[in-house]
Every structure is written in C-alpha cells, then in structure tokens.
Design a binder for this molecule. Sequence first.
Ligand code: BGP
Length: 495
Amino acid sequence: MAKKTYKMADDFLWGGAIAAHQAEGFWDVDGKGVSIADVLTAGDNQTARQITDGVVAGENYPNHHGVYFYETYKEDLALLKEMGFKAFRTSIAWTRIFPNGDELEPNEKGLKFYDDLFDEMNRLGIEPVVTLQHFEMPYHLVTAYGGWYNRKVIDFFERYARVVLTRYKDKVKYWMTHNEISNQASLADAHSTFQVWVNSGLKFDEKATLDEKLEKMYQAAHNELVASARAVIIAHELDANLKVGCMLAETPIYPATTKPEDQLAALKATQAREWFADVHVRGAYPATLETMFARKGFRKNVTEQDFDELKRGTVDYFAMSYYMSWVVRAVAEKTVVLDDQRSVALTPNTEIQASDWGWNIDPKGLRFVLNQLSDRYPNLPIMIVENGFGAYDELVAAEDTDNAELTVHDGYRIDYLREHIRAFEEAVALDGVNLIGYLSWAPFDIVSAGTGEMKKRYGYVYVDLDDFGNGSGKRYKKDSFYWYQQVINTQGQDL
Ligand code: BGP
C-alpha cells in the first residue's frame, strides 16, 4: 500500500542550493581575490583535499572552474524555473566583494555580478536565499591575520556584511551567516580539522595539544558568532522584514548500545555540536560551555559588548543541512566531557545503508532532528537548505524524455530524496514542526566540497564536466528532474 504523503503549505519554499565556490568558477576574474576554497587541491573518496600555502599553477584546483556558473547562471536558473523552484540558495563569494578582506572599499565588478544574479532570480520569481560565508574566507585574512582567531576579522566581516546587506536589501529577503558553523566542533578527527580550516581559517601547529586546538577553535567560534550577531543587527536596522538565519549541519547522534555510558556519550557529543545554535538563537552560551570555559580558562579574549551584541543579534530562522546520522560509544570510563572528544568514538551504523562515499542513508534521522529543534526552539521557523545524495551517475542515451540526446536514470537519488521529503512532511503534519522550506543540495551537478570531485554528483541536471573542469559543459536533465518537478507541482503530495 502506498505510504501516506502530506501536502505542504502553498507558500512552502521548494527549491535547491549551491555555494559560490563550488559552482561559479572564474576564481580570479573581475577583481576577485583568493579564498580558502581556491587553495584546496582535489581529493577523492579516499583522499582528503590538501590545504596548500597559496595557488600553485598547474595543480588541479576544482574551485577554479566549478561548473562555470559565473557565466551560465541564466541557463541554469531557467532549468530551475522549469522544475517550478520557489527559492534558490547560493553564497556571495566574499573575495568578489573584498578581494583580500581588509580593504576599505568594495570591488564594484563583484557587486555588479550579484546584482545581475539576484535580478535574474527575481525576474523568474525564484526567491534568493543567500549565505554570507560558505567556506570562502579571503585567504589574505588567514595569512595576514590568522583567520577567525583574530578579533579584527569580526570587523572585516561586519564591513562585508554591511556592504552586501545594504546593496541587496531590496532584492534578497532571506540571508544566513556562516555555513555549517557547527561542523568545526568535533576536533577528534581529520574531518573536523578540515572543517575548522574551511570554517575558520585556523591552521594548527602540529605539536599543538587538544586543549590548545580547542582554545583556538572556541575563540574563533566566539568571534564568528559575534560577527553573525552584528550582521543580524545591521540587517534589522536596514529593513525589519529581512530574515537572517544561522546555518548548522544537523546530524543526529545515536548511542551505539543501551549502556548508560553510551547514552551519556551521545548526549554530550550532541551538546558539543549544538551549542552554536543556542548562541545564535538564544543569544547566550549554554551552561555546559560556560562551565567548561571557566574550568579550562578559555575565556581570554571577549568583551562585555560581545555578549550584548549576541543578545541583540539572535536569528530569525534556523537553516540546516541534513545528510546522515552518526553513532557514538563511550571509549573510556571517565565522564564524557564537552571538551574531550577522545571520550567518544564515532562508530559506523551497521543497521542502515550508506552511499558510495560512506554517508549513511537515514531519512528517519531527519524527522528526529526536526523534532529536537522544534522542542528546543518552539515556533522558530526552520528551513532545510541542504539535503541530497551524492552518487556516481552514468550519462546514457535518452529514450522518452524531451531531452535532445542524453540523460541519467538516477532512481537511487529519487529514492533517497523521496524518503527524506516523506520524513519532513511527517514532522510537519504529525509533529507540528514549523518548516518553511526545503532546498535540496546542488540541483545541478557542482564540485564536491569534501573531495573536490565532479564524480560525486547531486543534481537533477547532469553537467558534462570532469574533475578537471573539462568537457562540453552541457546540461542534461536526469530522471529526477521530472520527478522533483512533479513533487513541487503537487506541493509534496506526489512522491
Ligand atoms: C556540506 C557543505 C556543502 C556541500 C555538502 C555536500 O557540508 O555545506 O557545501 O558540499 O556538504 O558535501 P560534498 O560536496 O562533500 O559531497
């Protein structure tokens, strides 16, 4: 028997999301400066991307080409319109506006590009949803100032936010500040070290102890949170109708067994990631953090003004990514503490399947985290701004579509998305979650952030480029293009 589906509200924001650095390419034209993303080499499913000390000609830097969206945006937006998109998320590349990040005056050519992009979206009736920082910090702020660890970067970000909020306040209503700010929290593994780099521009001394790394990470996170609050304050001063969100990667954390110590480990690991949300939403740190900061002496470089700004600059909605869930177990008898990720260990979830990149497939986990957020922040609007299935796609001859030559039969992607949409529909219809939109990740294929590959494709539209940016660049509609078009057309009833 077909499982029940639920109709979403008429004003529900169906759409998709990308990030400038993974799509635009043209990394060094029209005055754009070098960003963190521009100095990341390509990796693959087994090899992490490398952080180089500046751009080395001839290396494969995936973000240098992306999928040339800087030039193809009108064609790509037309495809999204054909699917019936209500909203589309992208980021502004900070280095198109302030190439080094510490200039006094913005780069007009960069501002003009985003004027044209947002004008085209509004012409098509697609609501822009804009990320201010999506792993795209100016590299000069890393080399000259040390990234977010330096309080001066708060002022540079404020200057950048003020320029773009002022410039686009009549073209963009929905904003968010720092992409996946919570992903830097679990410092225990290489993945989080990479995330700390892309989020904060922090480079750790090889000999640094875990506490030294944590002190830098928490100071950098504090500075980012103050900068976020200032952007919210500026936006509301410009226009009370602007909506500024936080953006966290939501990943339910399950205990590996029914043992109480594993339950406590899962709770503490969740606290270690979710505390960012409390500061963004409530305007203050939770007691767990304050207690740890006092014990560890991490509160070195904060001011009373910071806490006043955090209080005044709380967010209007909660933007989140959702891909997978995690499982942890306590690895030592000692109490699991917030600041010692070594006391928990991530464990594969053998109960459920995973993608070819090892990301497990857990649609129920989406309903789980939506309930957790709804309970913690009653009535705060939530927008899912990333969810998708990265996979190896095969381009084949088209049979019965309006597509001229080629297509992809991506039933595996439809299955993944169908079950995640079903999960959020249940969260809304049965659990009362205040969900205002669903923007799936990468409606057309773009460069993977984690690996720099084009092989890890998410799109409803196939982009004929390889990992090196070579190929026809042609766009081909996959089976999922027509499926998602029908989902949107029936407001989520026909899955
Ligand atoms: C999130 C990032 C996105 C996107 C997504 C998919 O963490 O916010 O930028 O990249 O992950 O990950 P990947 O591209 O590595 O498959």
